[in-house]
Write a protein that binds this ligand. Structure first.
Ligand SMILES: [Zn+2]
Length: 578
């Protein structure tokens, strides 16, 4: 490709709306342009990267037994009514009405469509297991699209659905996909960690998220320093700390605490650590009001809390509810004397022997609070968020924290969709049974952004060789110079013939501009043709990611570069297979 012809409007300025590196760089390096909030056009360079990621995904899905299909983006409401998700999905679903007043949506996901397809076409156990997948646009009307394609409203996903006759088959499909995902992300040059994840309030089924480790990630994860345990904090189990008796049981006393509100204020006022405070938060979940009681140094995990009371989700109660339940305004809640409210205590609270809690009255706290003596929780259950420094459930290691970008998820669905949609097959014994399903997603456009988050520096992107838009950028210092131009054109020709993806910077630009663009766009290899080297028949090879730089003879450069690229790509495959 000739840069003089390539649509690559790079930007020197940092776009104001972009908060994270990948968003900034995808705009600056001419990978994409914004069309509307959370909706983007991919320019030639960006689309080449996407296609490479899609190709890696496709190769691994095919190798794992997947069959590629293409399902419609526009989906009829009827199917979604069959599973009850038309209403459950809420505002995130893009809905539309056709000229005959029939309702449709832009597919946010394809469980309904796929299950309906398979229920009509698969009858017998002989047709199982079956895995179908597609790579396609998905739509979610995010309330706050942000971070470029990381949280967009239109995005590209690979979604595969597995259909098995029993749990054993599902288990097999699940781990086949799990390992295919490990290979895909390794081949994309992405450092990911599979973590145990929450399967939703009704679930109970197994699921893992593949997290690309990056500070810009929206997910918090914890992992063990001494075993394989890794989990999304939403899911991570918390061990109950061993109860140590301090023998400091005290009588319950009311203390006036004007202007003492936060846990920090309390620590100062009482000269006691946050671990002796009892934080009480009033929540509403469905038609229930609950008080969540945790240690002052712990955070509530709303997903665990929702599950504890059998709700889809919980939210902090409004002021009126708080007054009804505690008899005081917001900010003074405590576990003693609550009205019409279920008390759920985290196990860690129960080993506090003399705690400090809100007094359910303005500017009053209670000292010497002992759970069991002064109040009795309705339930004692793990409702806290795991945090770095906690002991690992394995009992050996300590949990470390990291942030991650969720680039993939594997999920055992069981009969969640096949039952309501009536997708069954006839087993060997002639009995009709529901299909056992799994679903497996990869955010393709998000993977592209995640790669940039992990592979960039102050000058721009450093694409891994496997997904780079082009492998080599040929830069004659002056394209007008006859000798340089001839040498550059010769290398360009030979690289093309050798099947190496190359661009030639034939623009009439200053060398500084060309080098800046090369670094910004992030071609893995730059071949610079300058007057000094050329006098000795040499050109300069520079590797973007490592900064490695050396001179090599004009006659050898093509085979040298070709050889190193082939080896680098082969290596990226080995990393994952074994
Ligand atoms: Zn562990």
């Amino acid at each position: 490709m000739r840069m003089s012809k390539l649509l690559m409007p790079t930007l020197r300025e940092v776009p104001a709306e972009a908060e994270i590196a990948s968003h900034r760089l995808m705009l600056r390096a001419a990978m994409m342009r914004k069309v509307a909030a959370g909706i983007y056009s991919y320019l030639p360079l960006g689309y080449r990267v996407l296609q490479k990621i899609m190709q890696i995904v496709r190769e691994e899905m095919d190798a794992a037994g997947g069959q590629e299909v293409l399902l419609p983006i526009v989906q009829p409401a009827e199917l979604w009514h069959e599973t009850g998700r038309w209403d459950d999905y809420g505002e995130e679903m893009f809905k539309l009405i056709d000229r005959h007043e029939r309702q449709f949506c832009l597919g946010p996901t394809h469980e309904e469509i796929t299950t309906a397809l398979v229920r009509n076409e698969v009858r017998s156990y002989r047709q199982l297991p079956l895995m179908v997948y597609q790579i396609q646009n998905k739509y979610r009307d995010e309330i706050r699209p942000r971070f470029g394609v990381m949280r967009g409203r239109e995005f590209i996903m690979k979604d595969l659905y597995s259909f098995d006759r029993d749990e054993e088959g599902l288990d097999n499909s699940y781990w086949t996909m799990f390992h295919a995902y490990e290979r895909i992300f390794a081949r994309c040059g992405l450092n990911t960690r599979p973590v145990e994840a929450d399967s939703g309030a009704i679930g109970g089924d197994q699921t893992h998220e593949f997290m690309a480790i990056a500070d810009a990630g929206e997910a918090e994860i914890v992992y063990c320093s001494s075993c394989d345990y890794a989990a999304n904090v939403e899911k991570a189990e918390c061990l109950t700390p061993p109860a140590e008796s301090t023998g400091r049981e005290e009588p319950l006393v009311e203390v006036a605490t004007p202007d003492v509100r936060t846990i920090e204020d309390l620590e100062k006022f009482f000269s006691r650590p946050a671990s002796e405070m009892m934080k009480t938060l009033i929540y509403r979940g469905g038609d229930q009001v609950v008080a969540a009681v945790l240690r002052g140094d712990h955070e509530v995990n709303e997903i665990k809390l929702a599950r504890a009371i059998g709700c889809l989700e919980v939210e902090l109660a409004d002021d009126r509810t708080i007054e009804e339940v505690t008899g005081a305004p917001r900010g003074f809640a405590g576990p003693i004397g609550l009205k019409n409210c279920k008390i759920i205590a985290d196990p860690a609270v129960m080993s506090i022997e003399s705690g400090i809690a809100g007094g359910n009255a303005v500017d009053v706290h209670l000292r010497g609070v002992k759970p069991g003596r002064d109040f009795t929780p309705d339930e004692i259950i793990d409702i806290r968020k795991a945090q770095p420094g906690d002991p690992c459930p394995c009992g050996q290691g300590v949990l470390q924290g990291a942030r991650g970008i969720e680039v993939g998820q594997v999920f055992k669905l069981g009969t969640k969709y096949s039952e309501p949609l009536g997708a069954t097959f006839t087993d060997e014994d002639g009995v009709e049974r529901p299909l056992i399903m799994g679903c497996y997603g990869i955010g393709v456009s998000r993977t592209m952004a995640a790669i940039i988050e992990q592979c960039h520096d102050d000058d721009g992107i450093c694409w891994p060789i496997t997904v780079a838009p082009y492998h080599v950028d040929i830069v004659p210092v002056s394209y007008r110079d006859e000798q340089q131009r001839a040498a550059a054109e010769r290398i360009y020709d030979e690289l093309n013939k050798a099947g190496v993806e190359a661009v030639i910077d034939d623009r009439d630009e200053r060398p500084g501009v060309k080098f800046k663009d090369a670094d910004l766009i992030g071609f893995p290899i730059r071949i610079t043709i300058g007057p000094r080297g050329l006098a000795d028949g040499q050109v300069e090879v520079r590797w973007r990611a490592t900064g490695e730089e050396y001179l090599i003879s004009l006659n050898e450069v093509v085979s040298h570069v070709q050889d190193r690229i082939t080896r680098a790509i082969a290596q990226s495959k080995c990393v994952c297979t074994g």
